[in-house]
Design a protein around this ligand. Structure first.
Ligand code: F0G
Length: 457
């Protein structure tokens, strides 16, 4: 088999600014060991997120010019609406300025004290919006998903028995919604199988619980189904996506991922009554229902991106490029999430830095080391992001201590990725020199964005 090449040519480029290790040590110290507080110009390879960081196509840029900025009834909205309807089969499409705005609207309406939202794993903004409404978010991830370095094809699946038990315990009437995140971002970008979505739907339907999909990375998940699930190898990814959405009552989507847009999102659903409530809230928080917090040009870029992402040459390259980095790291003995996820490589920081106790945030320590060694920006997905305190102020750790290297879509070439692998392996070979961290300042919610830390000497 020949090399799977990037299925695009480069028309416009952005410079990378180089700095030295000595400079980066000072930059990290000034940023209080928090990658979110580092200036982007001080980063060589930015793997903080795959969200909003995609390279748009020449077609999308042409769409930006075509964007119709009419306040009401913009033609760009109708193209956007049609693109979403064609993929999801859902008649109601509500644009929002990004994924969390869709979540905020949905959970403001459905949430509240005494309610539970069940999921495979909720993303941090989803959980925060649920908790902000007074409700509780519950993760019911399958057992395979909890062991980062043990391979399995669908580690994003929901635990069906746990779901049934939870519903029996709390009562279906207290569960306004079940949300499946595809792919499971916080659980390593791992896919959910069609069979699992079908089973979840069955349990939900028996208990009158609507099923929503957090669809940020629906195309990557659909491609994994094609590769790994029996009966789908010969099906176009667009049809797999159609089937997947056919089991759902609605979805939230951040268009900043699989729609290759730099901003945007939406809510889509079948229920017209719920849609009316959502639109009423949309008008006072986002904007009129045919633009919902977006410019006409953004709607246009999303409509085009949603079609481009289903190109199977693109998806083959995309999934292969994540696997390429994962395999290089595995060959060097670096403990990584296996198999490779859809949008990112996840390092198991608990194993990588086994000399650092969880209370000293090994994931965040590794994020710092990758930055100083090679100017690579990554993010901790572990106890800094998801940890809580018990009543005695002791850290209740997250399920896993991961470091995510999210690969922006269509942005970096193979040599950038080779460099990333070299830096990680270098840090791995000198891992005993990496020190743990302690928190000096933190916010009550989503603390990882603003937290300040210092090394424990
Ligand atoms: N759901 C999932 C699964 C996500 O990954 C994200 C964002 C959101 C919802 C929220 O969307 O950012 O448009 O408001 N994830 C980004 C990330 C931030 O880095 O993984 P948003």
């Amino acid at each position: 088999m020949k090399t799977i090449i990037e299925p695009f040519k480069i028309k416009s480029v952005e410079p990378i600014y180089f700095n030295t290790k000595k400079e980066r040590v000072l930059i990290l110290e000034k940023a209080h060991y928090n990658p979110f507080l580092i200036n982007a110009d001080d980063v060589l390879i930015d793997l903080l997120t795959d969200s909003g960081t995609s390279a748009m196509s020449s077609n999308q840029w042409a769409g930006i010019m075509r964007g119709d900025e009419a306040y009401a009834g913009s033609s760009s909205f109708y193209r956007f609406e049609k693109a979403v309807q064609e993929i999801t089969g859902m008649p109601v499409v509500i644009p929002t300025h990004q994924g969390r705005a869709a979540e905020k609207i949905l959970f403001t309406i459905l949430g509240g004290r005494g309610k539970y939202f069940v999921s495979n794993t909720l993303f941090d903004t989803t959980r925060a919006n649920i908790e902000f409404s007074g409700a509780e978010g519950i993760d019911l991830l399958c057992e395979e998903g909890k062991h980062p370095t043990t391979p399995a094809p669908f580690k994003g699946n929901m635990d069906i028995e746990a779901l049934e038990r939870f519903i029996a315990e709390k009562g279906g009437e207290n569960i306004p919604l079940c949300i499946i995140t595809i792919t499971n971002n916080s659980g390593g970008g791992q896919p959910v199988s069609m069979a699992n979505i079908k089973s979840v739907k069955k349990v939900c339907a028996e208990n009158n619980i609507p099923l929503f999909i957090d669809a940020c990375r629906f195309a990557e998940n659909s491609y994994f189904i094609k590769l790994r699930e029996q009966g789908y190898a010969g099906k176009p990814v667009s049809e797999i996506a159609n089937e997947l959405f056919s089991y759902a009552d609605g979805c939230t989507m951040s268009a900043k991922k699989d729609a290759f847009a730099n901003i945007g999102g939406f809510l889509a659903m079948h229920d017209k009554e719920l849609a009316t409530k959502c639109r009423n809230l949309l008008v006072i928080t986002e904007g009129f229902p045919t633009y919902g917090g977006l410019a006409g040009r953004d709607l246009e870029a999303i409509a085009i991106g949603l079609k481009e992402v289903l190109d199977e040459h693109y998806l083959q390259y995309r999934i292969r490029s994540i696997e390429y980095l994962t395999n290089k790291l595995i060959a060097a003995g670096v403990p990584v999430m296996q198999p490779a996820g859809g949008h990112a490589v996840y390092i198991d920081a608990k194993k990588f830095l086994s000399h650092i106790p969880i209370e000293q945030y090994p994931g965040q320590a590794l994020v710092g080391a990758l930055y100083t060694e090679g100017g690579i920006r990554s993010v901790e997905i572990g106890s800094l992001m998801f940890g809580k305190y018990d009543i005695h102020g002791k850290l209740v750790p997250a399920q896993m201590e991961l470091v995510r290297l999210a690969i922006p879509r269509r942005v970096y070439t193979q040599s950038h990725i080779d460099y990333v692998a070299e830096v990680i392996i270098e840090v791995f070979n000198n891992r005993h020199a990496v020190k743990g961290l302690c928190i000096i300042e933190e916010a009550a919610m989503l603390r990882h964005f603003t937290v300040k830390l210092k090394p424990i000497i």
